[in-house]
Design a protein around this ligand. Structure first.
Ligand SMILES: Nc1nc2c(c(=O)[nH]1)N[C@H]1C(S)=C(S)[C@@H](COP(=O)(O)OP(=O)(O)OC[C@H]3O[C@@H](n4cnc5c(=O)[nH]c(N)nc54)[C@H](O)[C@@H]3O)O[C@H]1N2
Ligand SMILES: Nc1nc2c(c(=O)[nH]1)N[C@H]1C(S)=C(S)[C@@H](COP(=O)(O)OP(=O)(O)OC[C@H]3O[C@@H](n4cnc5c(=O)[nH]c(N)nc54)[C@H](O)[C@@H]3O)O[C@H]1N2
Ligand code: SF4
Ligand SMILES: [Mo]
Length: 726
């Protein structure tokens, strides 16, 4: 181990080599029983299940679902059971790589890789200013690493533009909550799945995307009504009490239409509105424009169904509203999320058991990113434009306030635009695969090929994005490092080290410390020797914020409690396992009241035309596939659980018209690109609509650059397409 650091023999190198958190195994106490078992949070989705790692000589030999963890109580989905496979894959990146003069990537030392990065980025920033570089990161690494990355880049290296794949995913929920509640604060606890008597799911397919949350719904003993709003007859919709197969992107009309009926019938909670909400009168006026006949025309839902929907909300004692990507990924996404929030507010369904306007998060630590990545918000959910916030952070971190930018970063799409038009010349990509996951993949690829310096930090050097890089840094993954993550119900859970990273791969934590050292700003982190040191600093940064978790003692405390939900201010004051927000009806706005926000409905950019007669929907295909499949694709077990080749769901009537045979190869074409897929006849999609799972190569070559104006999240689930034989 000492060997590959021999050219950089500073104190950090010695610490790296010695540190049990890096090359050895972790420091959590059960490590002391190397043949026992330990619990850690799964590294895929935001459900945040507890997995039990069975250890031999301190390393995991197998995983099972933890029966004691309050989230999953002994259940796990296939990805969780198979989470060791991606670590053991033969194509792991095991050494840094640099692109040579002939244009191929070849193995390099850490010293030369990081020196190359530092000299190229410094060069670019000197020539073109600090706004000529950017990073794109993730919701899939621990909060400690996000914090290090965001503070290193902005306060240490003096750069500005930084965003993450959470823009593709959670930006809408973040903005919707912030505007409505004064802070990005999903109010629920998972127990609410079990306590509601009416559950409304909008644009969410938890059977596939959050299977264990769906299990929690199935544990509901109130014989609840489950209402699902989704253009597709998904696995979730099939088990629902009622499925509303609306026209794609007509949600806002539907939700305003429901508010119209609830208000018309006086099925509202006037006391709650008067005491805890502002903007009700103008909202009530606004929804007068959405009477049932208008709603019926736009959504395709019958008048009777619409009235019954509103009545079920009214008759429910504890109604909870849940939304995911069908809402967040839309051209009017923030207002749609807020229309859901408004329904909860006018009916007083918030702050009580089994209620809430609840965004289900996606990635394991999207919630950590929303609070601490220092990208769109400053650490602790603060605002870069607020001088007092900047001063507070400078004081707590012991840095000069002048180092903190008084300007916001560009959003993901603006960074991508900069890459494509050449104003961004240096890009650092961490734990995300934008070539495959961002819209209009081909355009982005062409832009990335022009970059002066592209550095990719990933577990694998062969992702679509890493293949374009000038520098690849091999990263340890989930299971090979320690840190905390925050799940959908605000529960802070633990990643533990149960395996050794292969070859020379380092944890992102140590990669960031090395980069800081080489950049010349290592002093910023000189007291942060382990992720847990960072956690202690983040605790201080959370004090007095809505997300205050300063009452958590340390990692052991989180371990003992089975995760801890924020807020958690004082260990002696609040020991409850399950907590929800807003029980007192006070929100995080200046006057303590929630805001009702709304806009007129707008049509999406692309409509079906004679040339492109289908609406193309995209999303998750199976519970065994994760995003761009770099991890899940490594498990032989998971590979048996989904079709090997890309497939497109098409209604049998459309397939008949196009004279397709089942499973025949077709070309799906949009104005931006093509994908080959097998035709899968399924009445799950409506006539005139097709569905492509996002996990296969090239799918995002088809999607389009349309964004919500407030959250700048892409509208991945709506564009015009054509299906051709062959
Ligand atoms: N197995 C698996 N699980 C995952 C992931 C994964 O890749 N694989 N990813 C995780 C992440 S990061 C996320 S963000 C979540 C996503 O979780 P979900 O949002 O539940 O999953 P999606 O399939 O993207 O989209 C949900 C539904 O939105 C519907 N939809 C499309 N357009 C519209 C519309 O206009 N209106 C409405 N109402 N619905 C619409 C789609 O038909 C789809 O069924 O899943 C997480 N869990
Ligand atoms: N068409 C369409 N496109 C979509 C969506 C959709 O619904 N439809 N959904 C969007 C959503 S919600 C999301 S969240 C994005 C996800 O998009 P991406 O983030 O691009 O997808 P992943 O495949 O999860 O990529 C994560 C990368 O991080 C690497 N990695 C994993 N763990 C670590 C680690 O600890 N350290 C480092 N350094 N690397 C690591 C993995 O190997 C992988 O290459 O996709 C978006 N794209
Ligand atoms: S539901 Fe999510 S957190 Fe639970 S095992 Fe599956 S991927 Fe992991
Ligand atoms: Mo996501």
């Amino acid at each position: 181990m000492v060997d590959f650091f021999r050219r950089f023999d500073g104190p950090l190198t010695r610490e790296l080599v010695r540190s049990p958190g890096n090359f050895g195994l972790g420091q959590i106490p059960e490590r002391l029983q190397p043949d026992g078992a330990t619990t850690l949070v799964c590294g895929y989705c935001s459900t945040g299940c507890g997995l039990k790692a069975h250890l031999r000589n301190g390393e995991a030999i197998n995983l099972s679902a933890d029966t004691n963890y309050p989230v999953n109580m002994g259940m796990a989905c296939p990805k969780g059971w198979e989470a060791l496979a991606p670590l053991e894959a033969s194509d792991r990146a095991t050494a840094p790589m640099l692109r040579n003069g002939r244009g191929t990537l070849e193995t390099a030392t850490w010293d030369s890789a990081i020196k190359t990065f530092v000299s190229r980025f410094k060069d670019i920033m000197e020539k073109h200013g600090p706004e000529s570089v950017a990073f794109l990161s993730t919701g899939q690494i621990p909060t400690e690493e996000m914090f290090m990355l965001g503070t290193l880049f902005k306060f240490g290296m003096g750069a500005l533009h930084a965003d993450a794949n959470t823009r593709q995913c959670m930006a809408t929920a973040h903005v919707a909550y912030k505007q409505a509640f004064g802070f990005d604060s999903p109010p629920f606890t998972y127990k609410d799945f079990e306590l509601s008597d009416v559950l409304v799911f909008v644009g969410a397919n938890p059977c596939i995307a959050h299977p264990i949350l769906w299990e929690r719904v199935m544990m509901n003993k109130n014989n609840p009504k489950i209402l699902v709003v989704d253009p597709r007859l998904t696995e979730t919709a099939m088990t629902a009490t009622q499925h509303y197969a609306i026209q794609p992107k007509s949600d806002l009309t539907l939700l305003y239409g429901l508010a119209h009926i609830l208000i018309r019938e006086n099925w509202i909670d006037r006391d709650f509105i008067d005491s805890h909400v502002t903007g009700y009168e103008s909202f009530a006026k606004h929804v007068q424009d959405y009477p049932p006949d208008v709603v019926t025309r736009t959504t395709g839902i019958s008048h009777a169904d619409l009235e019954r929907f509103a009545r079920m909300i009214h008759e429910g004692k504890s109604v909870s509203f849940w939304w995911t990507m069908g809402v967040n990924q839309s051209h009017e996404a923030v207002r749609t999320a807020q229309a859901i929030i408004n329904l909860a507010l006018i009916t007083g369904n918030i702050g009580k058991p089994g209620t809430g306007a609840n965004s289900i998060t996606g990635q394991v630590n999207a919630m950590g990113s929303r609070l601490f990545s220092n990208t769109t918000s400053m650490v602790g959910g603060r605002d870069f434009l607020d001088a007092q916030h900047r001063q507070d952070v400078a004081n707590i971190m012991g840095i000069d306030v002048a180092k903190i930018p008084a300007k916001n970063s560009m959003a993901y799409d603006q960074i991508v635009e900069g890459v494509c038009n050449g104003t961004i010349k240096g890009l650092w990509v961490i734990a995300t695969n934008p070539i495959a996951s961002w819209v209009e993949g081909e355009k982005l690829k062409a832009g990335m090929e022009k970059l002066e310096c592209l550095m990719v930090q990933d577990m694998y050097a062969n992702t679509d994005t890493a293949r374009l890089a000038h520098i690849v840094l091999p990263a340890a993954g989930w299971g090979e490092k320690e840190g905390t993550v925050i799940n959908s119900e605000r529960r802070i859970g633990l990643f533990k080290k149960i395996a050794r990273a292969p070859g020379q791969a380092l944890t992102d934590f140590y990669i960031l410390r090395l980069i800081a050292e080489y950049w010349g700003c290592g002093d910023m982190f000189e007291n942060l020797h382990s992720p847990e040191d960072v956690f202690q600093l983040m605790k201080k940064l959370s004090v007095g914020r809505p997300c205050d978790f300063s009452g958590i003692r340390d990692y052991i405390h989180i371990n003992e409690k089975g995760g801890i939900q924020w807020p958690y201010r004082d260990v002696s004051a609040d020991e409850a396992q399950e907590r929800r927000l807003f029980a007192d009806g006070r929100f995080f706005t200046a006057d303590g009241k929630a805001r009702m926000l709304f806009d007129p409905v707008r049509p999406p950019a692309e409509k079906a035309t004679p040339e492109f007669p289908f609406v193309l929907l995209t999303g998750r295909g199976s519970s065994a596939q994760w995003h761009t499949n770099t991890r899940t694709g490594k498990s032989a077990v998971l590979r048996k659980l989904y079709p090997k080749e890309c497939y497109v769901e098409i209604h049998p009537s459309d397939a008949g018209r196009l004279r397709l045979a089942p499973e025949e190869w077709v070309t799906v074409r949009t104005r931006r690109g093509i994908v080959k897929a097998r035709a899968f006849f399924a009445a799950t999609v409506q006539p005139g609509q097709i569905f492509l799972p996002m996990h296969y190569d090239g799918v995002n070559g088809l999607t389009q650059s349309e964004f919500d104006p407030y959250s700048r999240q892409p509208s991945y689930k709506h564009c015009a397409a054509r299906v051709e034989k062959g």
